[in-house]
Design a protein around this ligand. Structure first.
Ligand SMILES: Cc1ncc(COP(=O)(O)O)c(C=O)c1O
Length: 461
């Protein structure tokens, strides 16, 4: 009997709790919030995380690979934070109110860190704002730059939660720009072109809609693509001419894959070096260019809730000062991180180690998927592999996709990020977050996935 049948013979449901019955006690928008889950896989993620596989302690356990978290280096960061907390005298400013874009001392240290490690160009702390995570940054930036009913264009597939980030408060609509249908068309590079942007501009104009923001993620979630400086330059010039805000989210900017590593080099026809959008921003000095960063992904610290906006738009920064109060980073987090992020040697070593581990972790997935003949996009960065399992769809609909995602979990215990919400036209594509688990667990997941694929192929003969 195959291990997958043996372990997961009985169907386990991923369904979430049904929403409460609604009375008159909350507003219409409150009811809308009650009925709109942040993501469909959140509850099942927490239960799978509590039941994670271990070869001895929990051999029948599950393997969540759906949440964008890198857990490979927490022990290193934890030790550093504990050292700092145990040996430094806490700054006096921690107990009181400080700057509404973050404390000045914190912003100076973080600007220097960004300059040293990410952007390699001058970062003026006056152009930096810190809020509680990239989520808060996206939400407030959209609220300030756009009016209700405006449209934010996002090349598909892309991060599902952008939909809520731009809509919940700012009431800005998401437009998924489709640049391709088959995953094979994006294996080597992100296909977004000025032609796509012009078509989208005309399409929205003909519908009476205002294309007010273009939101790019580099390295991308979920494809792991990096936009080259040449492409970003062209897109930035197009946006400035059209008076459209270009927001580049570099949340995964230090989570880079070594594409020249012997185990994976042959997957790449070109090795694109990551270069931050900040260089173009500093050159152009335009009010229409903005960059996002944060500590959630590159440092595995999503619980610290730290995100940044870098923008030379002074009105945007002034508006931030007036409306950021509900979203501030706690001063204790700002202080402890100021201590950690002053240690350049520690950071350089941490980032290098992280990139090495990420590359090795990704190589396990890529080698397995190649053996299974499952199409995927070789990433240049990020925590993800975007893969195509459409071959196993029983029906080519979003319901068919959801059934496949559920049966993969029921049969194997592997939880991938469901394709729904990424805004793509092709059904049966999923995201796999490889550094959520250590190598040994990832290998077990790949073994189970391979058995699932074999079983499905045999049963279809
Ligand atoms: C592209 C992107 N932006 C924003 C976020 C949210 O980040 P944070 O935890 O810093 O709010 C995520 C998290 O997955 C993401 O992938």
């Amino acid at each position: 009997m195959s291990i997958i049948k043996k372990l997961f013979g009985k169907s386990k449901s991923t369904s979430t709790k049904s929403p409460p019955i609604h009375g008159q006690s909350i507003s219409k928008r409150g009811i809308e919030a009650t009925l709109t889950p942040l993501r469909p896989d959140l509850n099942v993620f927490f239960s799978a995380k509590a039941n994670i596989w271990h070869p001895n302690r929990n051999p029948d356990g599950q393997i969540p690979l759906n949440m964008a978290e890198n857990n490979l280096n927490w022990s290193i960061m934890k030790k550093k934070i504990e050292e700092v907390a145990g040996s430094s005298k806490m700054a006096d400013w921690v107990s009181g109110y400080t700057g509404m874009r973050g404390d000045n001392a914190f912003l100076e240290i973080m600007a220097q860190f960004l300059e040293d490690q990410l952007t390699h160009v001058k970062m003026n702390p006056d152009h930096l704002a810190a809020l509680a995570g990239a989520t808060a940054i996206i939400e407030l930036t959209t609220w300030i730059l756009c009016d209700a009913g405006d449209v934010a264009v996002i090349p598909a597939p892309s991060y599902p939660v952008y939909t809520q980030d731009i809509f919940n408060k700012a009431k800005v609509e998401r437009y998924d720009l489709l640049t391709h249908h088959h995953i094979e068309e994006i294996i080597h590079t992100h296909p977004l072109s000025i032609t796509h942007l012009n078509q989208t501009y005309n399409d929205l104009k003909s519908k009476g809609k205002k294309f007010n923001m273009l939101l790019l993620t580099s390295p991308d979630n979920p494809t792991g693509h990096i936009y080259s400086q040449e492409k970003l330059q062209q897109i930035a010039e197009w946006c400035i001419t059209k008076r459209i805000h270009l927001v580049v989210n570099e949340l995964y900017g230090l989570s880079l894959i070594d594409t020249k590593h012997a185990d994976i080099a042959s997957d790449y026809s070109q090795h694109i070096e990551f270069e931050s959008f900040a260089r173009i921003m500093n050159d152009k000095k335009s009010n229409y260019l903005h960059m996002i960063y944060g500590l959630s992904k590159d440092f595995g610290m999503s619980g610290f809730r730290v995100g940044f906006l870098y923008s030379l738009n002074e009105s945007l920064m002034a508006a931030f000062e007036n409306i950021s109060a509900p979203h501030l980073v706690s001063n204790y987090a700002q202080w402890i991180l100021s201590e950690v992020f002053q240690d350049k040697k520690f950071l350089t070593t941490f980032i290098k180690k992280n990139q090495k581990k990420l590359t090795e972790s990704y190589a396990i997935v890529s080698q397995s998927l190649k053996k299974m003949n499952i199409p995927f996009v070789p990433p240049h960065g990020s925590l993800f592999v975007w893969l195509d399992m459409s071959e196993f769809l029983e029906e080519n609909t979003s319901q068919g996709e959801s059934t496949l995602w559920q049966s993969l979990f029921d049969d194997t215990g592997i939880l991938l990020t469901p394709g729904i919400g990424f805004g793509h036209s092709k059904m049966g594509q999923f995201r796999l977050v490889h550094p959520f688990v250590k190598k040994k667990v990832l290998k077990e997941a790949m073994k189970r996935l391979s058995e699932f694929v074999d079983a499905r192929r045999i049963s279809s003969i």
